[in-house]
Design a protein around this ligand. Structure first.
Ligand SMILES: [Zn+2]
Length: 103
């Protein structure tokens, strides 16, 4: 199972990919990701069994492309998103400055 960078098309093992996730935006339910190879920054939504890529529009995020990641799970915590796959867990923290606008 390899997950592609949509900019440079490098492919990453899940551990390498999810370690490059940073900043969970709780209001939009998005994770920021910076490609370790090309430095492209993307935002994605972690969903059960897949990753959703798309575009912010009218204050929402419309998923237009999905990458299947069988077994992928997510759990929203107070200050972070926990992503898990194959017994591993990656914790993506919420940036403090977003809290002012969060519910
Ligand atoms: Zn890349």
């Amino acid at each position: 199972m390899l997950i592609p960078c949509l900019a440079c098309e490098s492919r990453f093992r899940p551990d390498e990919y999810f370690r490059a996730c940073h900043d969970y935006h709780r209001g939009m339910d998005l994770v920021s990701w910076t490609c370790p190879r090309c430095g492209n920054r993307d935002e994605l939504r972690v969903l059960p069994g897949e990753l959703g890529f798309g575009y912010p529009r009218h204050g929402r995020f419309d998923v237009s492309d999905r990458v299947r990641v069988p077994g992928l799970q997510r759990r929203r915590q107070d200050m972070r998103l926990d992503i898990s796959l194959d017994q591993k867990v990656w914790r993506v923290p919420t940036r403090l400055r977003q809290l002012a606008g969060a519910r």
